[in-house]
Design a protein around this ligand. Structure first.
Ligand code: FES
Length: 106
């Protein structure tokens, strides 16, 4: 079957340095991050415990969790500081006519 895509937001909804939490149908919440004008999508929930990274802080490509201050690189998903150890899931996206889509492998 063909890959599926889910509409997330408009590219203009996320300013450089900004983040947006999106809850698409049927999957976990997604965090869309704008790093220097380029958009990245990762899981919104911290892998350490239960916290929405959208309520944290984005500094360059590093998102800091609001709960215990651990961090991740949103470009690679890699955990960058403790207590976060497990990488965040990263998602491929596509931008068509200013609309951001999440690509789901079937
Ligand atoms: Fe994110 Fe602990 S829940 S660092």
């Amino acid at each position: 079957p063909a890959d599926r895509r889910l509409q997330l937001c408009e590219a203009g909804d996320v300013a450089p340095g900004g983040m947006l939490r999106v809850q698409p149908e049927g999957i976990d919440p997604i965090l869309v991050c704008n790093v220097d004008g380029k958009l990245y999508a990762v899981d919104d929930e911290c892998t350490h415990a239960i916290a929405s990274l959208s309520e944290g802080r984005l500094q360059g490509s590093i998102v800091f969790c609001p709960m215990h201050g651990g961090s991740f690189d949103v470009c690679s998903g890699k955990a960058k500081s403790l207590p976060c150890k497990q990488a965040l899931r990263t998602w491929p996206i596509d931008i068509v006519d200013g609309t951001v889509y999440l690509l789901l492998k079937s």
